[in-house]
Design a protein around this ligand. Structure first.
Ligand SMILES: Nc1ncnc2c1ncn2[C@@H]1O[C@H](COP(=O)(O)OP(=O)(O)O)[C@@H](O)[C@H]1O
Ligand SMILES: [Mg+2]
Length: 266
C-alpha cells in the first residue's frame, strides 16, 4: 500500500461530495440503483465498471445535469439534489467532459477566460456603474488564465486558436478551464480516452499537481494503469449498483469485480 493510500485511509475528514441512496431510472430501466458513497476531501477517487454500469449517469446526477429519481447529493455538506448544474459550479464543483469542445476560433486564453464569466463584466449595469472594476477583473482573469495554461503545459499555445490542439491537449485545456472557477472538487470524465502515451503522462502529472494543491478528484476511467497510479481509492459499479470499494489492488482481487468484468454484466 502506498504512503498516499495509508494517509488517506487514516484521515477522516468531512466528505466534499456525498451520494445517499441515489436511484436514477430511465423509463423501466434502473441505471443507478441505490448508490451511496463519499468523496473525501483531498483524495483522488476512481469510479470504474463495465460499460452500462451506470457510471456516467451517476456522474450526471452528481454534477446536476440530470436529477436523481430519488436519493440525495450533498456538496460540502449542503443538500444540492435538485439544484441546477451552474449553481453547483458556484459551490465548487467542476466537471470536465469526455469530449471537450473548445470554441475553435478563439485562442486558448480566450477559451479559458470565457469560464471566468458570470463576474461583473457580464452584467450590463455594472459596466456603466463600475467600469474600473470590470477592467480590474478582466486583468486578474487574464493573469489567472495564463497561470493555468502554464500549469497544464500549454503556455506556448496561449495565443493560438483552439482548433490547432490535439485530443490530448484539449483535455489539458479542459482542465485549465475547469480550474478557472476555483473548484474544490473536479469530476473527470475519462481523461485518458483517445490520448497518446506521452501526453497521458503529462495529464497524470498535472492531476497529481492539482491534487497536491488540495483539490479533490472523482475520476471515471477505463485505463486501469492510470487508475492504479492515481487513485487513493476506487469504487466499482456494475448493473447500476456499487459492487466493491477499496484500493485499486483490493478491488482487482475482489471475485465480484472479476465476475462483473468477465461476465460482461451491464
Ligand atoms: N438518457 C438515457 N435514456 C435511457 N437510458 C439511458 C440513458 N442514459 C443511460 N441509459 C442507460 O443506463 C444504463 C447505464 O448507462 P451509463 O450510465 O451510460 O453507463 P456507463 O457510463 O457505466 O457505461 C445503460 O443501460 C444505458 O443504456
Ligand atoms: Mg459512460
Amino acid at each position: 500500500m502506498s504512503e498516499a493510500t495509508k494517509r488517506h485511509r487514516e484521515e477522516t475528514r468531512a466528505p466534499v461530495l456525498a451520494a445517499r441512496n441515489v436511484v436514477r431510472r430511465f423509463g423501466g430501466l434502473v441505471a443507478v440503483n441505490d448508490v451511496s458513497f463519499d468523496v473525501r476531501a483531498g483524495e483522488i477517487l476512481g469510479l470504474i465498471g463495465p460499460n452500462g454500469a451506470g457510471k456516467t449517469t451517476m456522474f450526471d446526477v452528481l454534477a446536476g445535469s440530470i436529477l436523481p429519481t430519488s436519493g440525495e447529493i450533498f456538496l460540502n455538506g449542503a443538500r444540492v439534489s435538485g439544484e441546477a448544474a451552474h449553481l453547483r459550479i458556484g459551490r465548487g464543483l467542476g466537471r470536465t467532459f469526455q469530449i471537450p469542445r473548445p470554441l475553435p476560433n478563439l485562442t486558448l486564453i480566450e477559451n479559458i477566460m470565457l469560464a471566468a464569466q458570470g463576474q461583473a463584466g457580464e452584467k450590463l449595469l455594472a459596466n456603466f456603474v463600475t467600469p474600473w472594476r470590470v477592467a480590474t477583473q478582466e486583468r486578474a482573469a487574464r493573469t489567472k488564465a495564463l497561470e493555468l495554461l502554464e500549469l497544464v503545459t500549454l503556455t506556448h499555445l496561449a495565443h493560438e486558436p483552439a482548433r490547432v490542439l490535439s485530443g490530448g491537449q484539449r483535455k489539458l485545456l479542459e482542465l485549465a478551464r475547469v480550474m478557472m472557477a476555483d473548484p474544490a472538487i473536479i469530476l473527470l470524465d475519462e481523461p485518458a480516452a483517445g490520448v497518446n502515451a506521452s501526453l497521458l503522462e503529462v495529464i497524470i502529472d498535472r492531476i497529481r499537481d492539482i491534487n497536491a494543491r488540495g483539490i479533490t478528484f472523482l475520476l471515471i476511467e477505463h485505463n486501469i494503469d492510470m487508475v492504479t497510479r492515481l487513485c487513493h481509492r476506487v469504487l466499482v459499479m456494475a448493473s447500476g449498483q456499487l459492487l466493491s470499494e477499496g484500493t485499486a489492488e483490493e478491488v482487482a482481487r475482489d471475485p465480484r469485480v472479476i465476475e462483473a468484468y468477465l461476465g460482461g454484466a451491464a
